[in-house]
Ligand binder design. Structure first.
Ligand code: ADP
Ligand code: MG
Length: 250
């Protein structure tokens, strides 16, 4: 579903991604771990072309993201075409950034109605079902400020799902939450995983990664240091850097 080949990203003279190779298979959960500053967020942002890349290729669902290739050269796509590609990719950030002046239900309905131009009645029915799936049917009419951080994050997940993306990207979705609110969000993510949603999750929640991931990828300093099943990476890490990181978070 997602294929990264030799992906490079520089900010000025700082090379943040140094030739990333990664494959995410349909229906699988990939957890991305690594120290702060290793390039995890940048990597996620390259998958939906929130960042331009300086080398390599990103494809999602068989389609080159952000560029058109002609005679071996990449030409950036028109923003309209990028926007179309992004509809296939749901993203959930550490900060939920819901629209503050819209209710939970309106937040979820906004893109399917405003962007995808789907019929309102159908979108509303879908949105109510999504609210139910994230355990918040009773909160449809509430505004973000009236919801806890965990509830807001579950609305943000429902909002991303409302566009029926092919893949969901999560960037530390629980790290801004009070500890007692983390569990409900992880439970929603576990449900999504069980339902066969293709997901890439940047997280420091080792327990979640161990139980939900098909593949764990450990990054450090802009490279993939190692990847494998949770058992391989957590119980028998090959690299010294992975061992040290795991010791620091466990
Ligand atoms: P992580 O998510 O693993 O903590 P990031 O991808 O956020 O890492 O950042 C990787 C490196 O890139 C860091 O050194 C960070 O300071 C730098 N960086 C990220 N975004 C920008 C930007 N827009 N401009 C300049 N440097 C950036
Ligand atoms: Mg980050």
């Amino acid at each position: 579903m997602v294929r990264l080949r030799g992906v490079r990203k520089r900010f000025g003279s700082l090379e943040v991604l140094k030739g990333i190779e990664m494959d995410v298979h349909a229906g699988e959960v990939t957890c991305l771990l690594g120290p702060s500053g290793s390039g995890k967020s940048t990597l996620l942002r390259c998958i939906n072309h929130l960042e331009t890349i300086n080398g390599g290729r990103v494809t999602v669902d068989g389609e080159l993201v952000g560029y058109r290739e002609r005679r071996g050269e990449l030409h950036e796509l028109h923003p309209r075409d990028v926007a179309k590609q992004r509809r296939k990719i749901g993203m959930v950030f550490q900060r939920f950034n819901l629209f503050p002046h819209m209710t939970a239900l309106e937040n979820i309905m906004e893109a399917p109605v405003g962007v995808a131009k789907r019929p309102k009645a159908q979108v509303r029915a879908d949105a109510m079902e999504l609210l139910e799936n994230v355990g918040l049917s009773d909160w449809a009419g509430h505004y973000p400020a009236q919801l806890s951080g965990g509830q807001q994050q579950r609305i943000a997940i429902a909002r991303a799902l409302a566009m029926k993306p092919k893949i969901m990207l999560f960037d530390e979705p629980t790290s801004a939450l009070d500890p007692e609110l983390v569990g409900d969000v992880l439970e929603v993510m576990r449900d999504l995983a069980s339902a066969g949603t293709t997901m890439v999750v940047v997280t420091h929640e080792i327990g979640f990664a161990r139980s939900a991931a098909d593949t764990v990828v450990f990054m450090d300093d802009g490279v993939v240091v190692e990847s494998g099943s949770p058992e391989q990476v957590f119980d028998d890490p090959k690299s010294r850097r992975t061992q040290e990181f795991l010791e620091s978070v466990l």
